[in-house]
Ligand binder design. Structure first.
Ligand code: F0G
Length: 435
């Protein structure tokens, strides 16, 4: 069976465009979805699809088969041939079950939370899953220059995959507060870094204003192709659970690209018969960057805010994927929650203490789960998959300051401060005795 060519369809007015139109928005201003021929896809049968995905992983015959995105390729972007993929074998990330995250589960008051660690992707975040899709398509379409606004992770992914594709990359980042490691990564991978006097929301607006005039192809999550790649986070997690769906998926909400992609992935998984029951989606924001949470409390009235939070990745006040994220909440009987800085920094200490860890923005999920368990929304024994979106090594200053007890406004409840001693056995003995 040959999978048909998907189309771009507006989520607001249902206008439809060819994929080759390379649009990032509808004429009406609405977001666009990549819509697959699900009818055709169902003909193959769920079991045959599942066997195909697993076979490719077990016996890869191509670079695409080795990728945790492209082994699902017919349902990601069927229009690309094997030689057209710009891939680093991204995805295939671990799902750390409760036996490997005991301390985090104890802190959350849960027994059955697993962490899907997207920080294990080549450049250190889930962005690689979206980027392999968007960059492959951009290359096929002859993109001259790729661009993104970024809080850090997207810029590293654009720089890396741009380098692989041989397409010049431009990243727009905030002059202040962008994680140093990510800026370093982007520079080292050869991207042109432009620091703007303004925040992420301002940078993204500038990207959207300048793209036509400057001939730039946008790689932010408003690009619907990117979200097709990110769907595979959910499918791969479901596969790792033997296609027995969890009760909940929990994800941080920033620009709401994952929230959008996860709802679509779950909708398609149900429509294709991959799973027999719809899990619920919980989207968690930091209180200092909570426009989606606020809207959820107010009849989904959309408004922007000035964002401020230690979770730099999700310091976003006007998320572009708002409408798709609302749809995801509706499709999954989902909920939106928020946590304060103290909660997610403690959550980070708990997640890190199991020995793998993640960046602050990723750990709003663990903080959200703890809160939702206390509120009786998530059950203590519910099966939950929390997505850790980024690597431990991002924002190390926040980690060091937390453990050193010097993080402004935060009590280091689980702090583990280093000690400085003179190089004598006695001093070392004293230091160890005070542990
Ligand atoms: N977690 C991490 C580690 C991120 O880098 C981001 C977004 C998010 C969560 C939020 O995801 O936008 O899908 O809701 N980072 C973008 C960037 C904005 O530029 O790296 P979302």
């Amino acid at each position: 069976m040959q999978q048909g060519t998907p189309r771009l369809v507006c989520v607001l007015c249902a206008s439809s465009y060819a994929l080759e139109d390379d649009r990032v928005a509808c004429d009406c201003g609405g977001l666009l979805d990549v819509v697959h021929d699900i009818g055709l896809a169902t003909e193959r049968g769920a079991d045959a699809w599942k066997r195909l995905f697993a076979d490719r992983r077990a016996n890869p015959a191509s670079a695409g088969d080795r990728s945790g995105v492209w082994r699902f390729r017919e349902l990601v972007l069927p229009t690309l041939g094997p030689a057209e993929l710009v891939t680093r074998g991204e995805g295939n990330t671990r799902l750390y079950g409760p036996e490997l995250s005991r301390k985090a589960n104890a802190w959350m008051g849960t027994e059955n939370v697993s962490f899907k660690h997207e920080g294990e992707n080549p450049t250190g975040s889930f962005k690689d899953r979206g980027m392999t899709a968007a960059m492959s398509w951009a290359k096929k379409r002859g993109a001259k220059t790729v661009v993104c606004a970024s809080t850090g992770n997207t810029s590293a992914a654009v720089a890396s995959y741009g380098s692989l594709a041989g397409i010049p990359a431009v990243i727009l980042i905030s002059e202040k507060g962008t994680a140093l490691g990510k800026v370093a990564q982007s520079l080292a991978y050869g991207a042109k870094a432009v620091m703007i006097r303004g925040d992420f929301d301002t940078a993204l607006r500038l990207v959207m204003q300048a793209r036509d005039r400057l001939g730039l192809t946008v790689m932010n999550s408003i690009n619907p192709i990117r979200l097709e790649g990110q769907k595979t986070i959910i499918w791969e997690a479901l596969e790792q659970l033997g296609w027995d769906p969890p009760d909940w998926f929990v994800v941080p909400g920033g620009n709401l690209g994952n929230a959008a992609a996860f709802g679509k992935a779950l909708r398609e998984a149900v429509d294709l018969g991959f799973i027999s029951r719809m899990p619920r989606l919980a989207i968690v924001q930091a209180e200092g960057a909570n426009p989606f949470y606020q809207a959820s409390q107010d009849g989904w009235k959309r408004r922007a805010m000035k964002a401020d939070t230690l979770a730099t990745a999700i310091k976003i006040g006007d998320p572009v994927n708002f409408d798709k994220a609302v749809r995801s909440v509706r499709w999954t009987n989902g909920i939106v929650s928020q946590v304060v800085e103290q909660e997610f920094m403690d959550a980070k200490a708990a997640v890190d203490s199991d020995g793998v860890g993640a960046e602050p923005a990723s750990c709003v999920t663990a903080a959200g789960i703890r809160k939702l368990v206390r509120e009786g929304v998530i059950g203590r024994t519910d099966r939950v998959v929390a997505v850790l979106t980024g690597n431990f090594l991002k924002d190390p200053d926040a980690t060091m300051d937390y453990h050193g007890g010097t993080l402004a406004g935060i009590v280091s409840t689980m702090g583990n401060a280093p000690v400085v001693i003179d190089p004598t056995v006695e001093a070392l003995e004293a230091a160890l005795a005070s542990r």
